[in-house]
Design a protein around this ligand. Structure first.
Ligand code: ATP
Ligand code: MG
Length: 392
């Protein structure tokens, strides 16, 4: 029996004239994502894309799993391909729906007919197929209002398709449809989640990470690279920038008041991030900050950090509780990696009593007492880039 995957768009179906651009982008993303799994034919009609495997031995479970992580897809389902012939539809349905209908008590049939030349109209298809399924599975009853299972028959140009429930897709907008932004990616729980959330809005992500050897270890960097690789499942290809940050941190420690260490460090991180963002055509920065989570994430601290930024800073976790962030981290499979206990550069030289309500003027004065510019330039020059792609 031949099977394919039907993909329905979400929000992007509403985008009017832009719809075609969004659709093309989504199809390109699907193709790229499925490439390692074999050959497929993709066709689109009525806000639906049909993914037909062309090889004999395609692993459709794996295809469905990957489709479920592609942004821009509202729902998807596996469907059985039938001849446009009522008898063929019935006989294939018996076999294809056997498992789901054997477990259900109530069902209904829903029909969509875009090929008006098909001899039966939609209500007739529902009635007739419903009757046949009742004969075949006598334990079932029809419930049109609140059925356990809805069976859908679609009569399209070339074939008819039969499927059961739609599965909820990743939602959002296709990656790339909203431009690119630079994610400040630490080894923690929050920033991978922040990257995922912006990618869901169609933002193509690049990532930047700061290391301070010998205070931070190679393993800490490897952990972040592992997070980057995991994010590609949802975010697609990621350019990963690794910034040598030791000299800047030592300069802060030697020249600034201890209570301002963290804020000044964050401002310097932002400065470097936006210079690299500019070179890589990123329009904004993204962090995993959440109001009040730690001393450097009070609103007053964010005012001081933002004052060092010339481009917008997106903080999609800003209003979330840790438990909510963890829930997403588990879903996108970054949690277990994030909790590996390696030092991040943020925990090097942490002040004993950080300023919870810093004043911008005080921070600027402290920062201006030393010329960080040469060290900033050096860090930018010595930044190394690696690319992470969809896992094969
Ligand atoms: P996370 O769980 O994302 O590490 P956090 O709650 O530990 O966040 P902080 O350590 O204060 O918070 O960092 C706040 C944000 O700053 C992070 O979410 C991340 O975006 C950025 N950041 C922190 N450390 C680094 C780093 N070493 N490299 C890149 N970005 C960093
Ligand atoms: Mg952290």
């Amino acid at each position: 029996m031949k099977e394919l995957i039907l993909v329905k768009y979400g929000e992007m179906a509403l985008k009017g004239l832009n719809k075609k651009t969004f659709e093309d982008m989504l199809i390109k993303n699907i193709k790229r994502r499925l490439k390692p799994l074999g050959h497929f034919q993709l066709t689109s009609a009525q806000s639906t894309t049909y993914i037909r495997p062309l090889d004999e031995d395609t692993d459709l479970d794996e295809v469905a799993d990957r489709v479920g992580k592609i942004f821009g897809i509202a729902t998807y389902c596996r469907a059985c391909v039938c001849e446009k012939d009522f008898d063929d539809i019935c006989s294939k349905s018996y076999e294809y729906l056997d498992e789901v209908l054997s477990c259900a008590k109530t069902f209904k049939v829903n029909a969509k007919r875009s090929d008006k030349a098909f001899p039966m109209k939609s209500p007739e298809i529902c009635m007739e197929l419903g009757g046949k399924l009742l004969e075949r599975f006598p334990h079932l009853t029809v419930d049109v209002k609140n059925p356990e299972v809805t069976i859908t028959v679609e009569i399209r140009d070339e074939n008819a398709f039969v499927h059961a429930e739609n599965i909820k897709g990743a939602g959002g907008l296709p990656i790339g449809s909203s431009g690119k932004a630079m994610l400040l990616l630490s080894g923690g729980i929050d920033s991978p989640v922040a990257g995922y959330m912006m990618a869901k809005r169609g933002v193509h992500i690049a990532a930047i990470h700061y290391v301070s050897p010998p205070y931070t270890s190679d393993r800490a960097q490897l952990k972040v690279e592992q997070l980057c690789q995991k994010l590609t499942d949802y975010c697609g290809g990621i350019a990963f920038y690794c910034v040598p940050f030791t000299e800047l941190q030592e300069a802060i420690k030697d020249h600034c008041p201890e209570e301002f260490f963290t804020i000044i460090m964050r401002r310097l991180m932002m400065e470097i991030a936006q210079r690299i963002a500019e070179k890589d055509n990123c329009l904004a920065l993204i962090t995993g900050e959440s109001v009040g989570q730690v001393a450097s994430q009070t609103m007053a601290a964010m005012v001081c950090t933002d004052a060092a930024c010339r481009i917008p800073v997106f903080r999609p976790c800003v209003g979330m509780d840790k438990t909510e962030i963890i829930e997403i981290a588990r879903k996108i499979d970054t949690f277990e990696t994030s909790i590996l206990p390696y030092e991040d550069c943020c925990t090097v030289f942490t002040p004993r009593h950080p300023k919870v309500r810093p004043q911008l003027a005080d921070i600027e004065k402290a920062q201006n007492s030393f010329d960080f510019e040469p060290l900033i330039q050096k860090a930018v020059e010595n930044t190394e880039m690696k690319t992470f792609n969809y896992s094969e």
